[in-house]
Design a protein around this ligand. Structure first.
Ligand code: HMG
Ligand code: MG
Length: 290
């Protein structure tokens, strides 16, 4: 891997499909993931082992994980909010699990039904068991710029939660601009704070594109040394507990921007197009696809 390499962490099958209004058949999710597996992606977030009462779209997590063709060299990840989720994810053979906290108290309550402090207590045994099982652990911090319920979030508060997730053993913390309110300026202010104590290679950018600034925010984060970005094929997504959160940053425009600027991603554009066309024809419909 050269120093011009940027890692794309594909979250469409999870962050995208969790937000579809109609239940997507498991076989269509599997087909999408199988197409994504052929594109050169090394990280695909396939599903989440969460409560089906909270997120019915992810109720088929086990079916998805056992149905996909596992491609060598691809790490298949899932969200796990608690021990129940972790145990199910381990039995399904995931390569990586993610614990997901928030820098906003209100969002933490709405999304995972507990305070930030309680979430960190709940994540501790999940992290320990994941690491003991020999699989990778990722952390998410939601609302790193703004919260749908509280408005602006202070960078120092993001720093506290980010550090807590890294202290639990997360190899990387993904910084979620959950409702897409970030600008290059606020992204810079956030990273000015975080990079005082956290190395850039421990951070990923997770930008939602609500106001069309996700690509500009990626460019700002690249200038700060971040080299991993989450995106969703077709710009799918949002969060059921973040009203106003539209799509994730779309994978193809992200990769095009990076390639045009001389970055390497290892991704095959034609195969990404094939996955996006499948999505458009079979799952999301043209209105969603950028
Ligand atoms: P709770 O209601 O407080 O939990 O929810 P509970 O322990 O009382 O359990 C309630 C019921 O759920 C019980 O079933 C449990 O067994 C079941 P019952 O006895 O009533 O039949 N349950 C589970 N079932 C399957 N798998 C599990 C599980 N856990 C409990 N893992 C809980 C707390 C955390 C479970 C719930 O709030 C939850 O699942 N939340 C997930 C919400 C979610 O997935 N949000 C979207 C992902 S986050 C996001 O999109 C942001 C991100 O993209 C970054 C960004 O953009 O910022 C990551
Ligand atoms: Mg998200």
């Amino acid at each position: 891997m050269t120093d011009k390499f940027v890692t794309i962490y594909e979250v469409g099958p999870r962050d995208g499909l969790q937000n579809e209004a109609a239940i997507v058949p498991t076989k269509d999710k599997i087909a999408l993931i199988d197409l994504l597996s052929e594109t050169g992606l090394r990280f695909i977030e396939a599903t989440s082992f969460v409560s089906p009462k909270w997120v019915p779209q992810m109720a088929d997590a086990l079916g998805v994980m056992v149905g996909i063709k596992r491609k060598n060299g691809v790490s298949y990840a899932a969200l796990t909010p608690n021990m129940k989720g972790l145990e199910a994810a381990l039995s399904a053979g995931v390569d990586e699990v993610a614990i997901f906290g928030s820098a906003s108290e209100s969002f933490s309550q709405k999304n995972i039904n507990c305070t930030i402090a309680q979430s960190l207590e709940r994540f501790a045994p999940v992290a320990k068991a994941a690491l003991a099982a020999g699989i990778s652990l990722r952390g998410y911090v939601s609302c790193v710029i703004a919260c749908p319920y509280e408005g602006a979030i202070a960078p120092a508060q993001v720093g506290v939660v980010t550090q807590a997730l890294l202290d639990l053993g997360c190899g990387q913390a993904s910084l979620g601009d959950t409702i897409g309110k970030g600008t290059p300026e606020t992204t810079g202010l956030l990273l000015d704070e975080l990079l005082k104590t956290v190395p850039a290679n421990k951070l990923a950018g997770h930008f939602h594109d609500t106001d069309g600034r996700a690509l500009a925010n990626v460019k700002a984060a690249l200038d700060y040394g971040l080299r991993c970005f989450d995106s969703a094929i077709g710009g799918l997504g949002g969060c059921p507990y973040a009203p106003g959160a539209k799509g994730n940053l779309s994978t193809i425009p992200l990769v095009e921007m990076l390639h045009d600027a001389g970055w390497e991603t290892g991704l095959d554009m034609a195969k990404l197009q094939a996955a996006q066309v499948y999505l458009q024809r079979n799952i999301a419909g043209e209105k969603h696809v950028l």
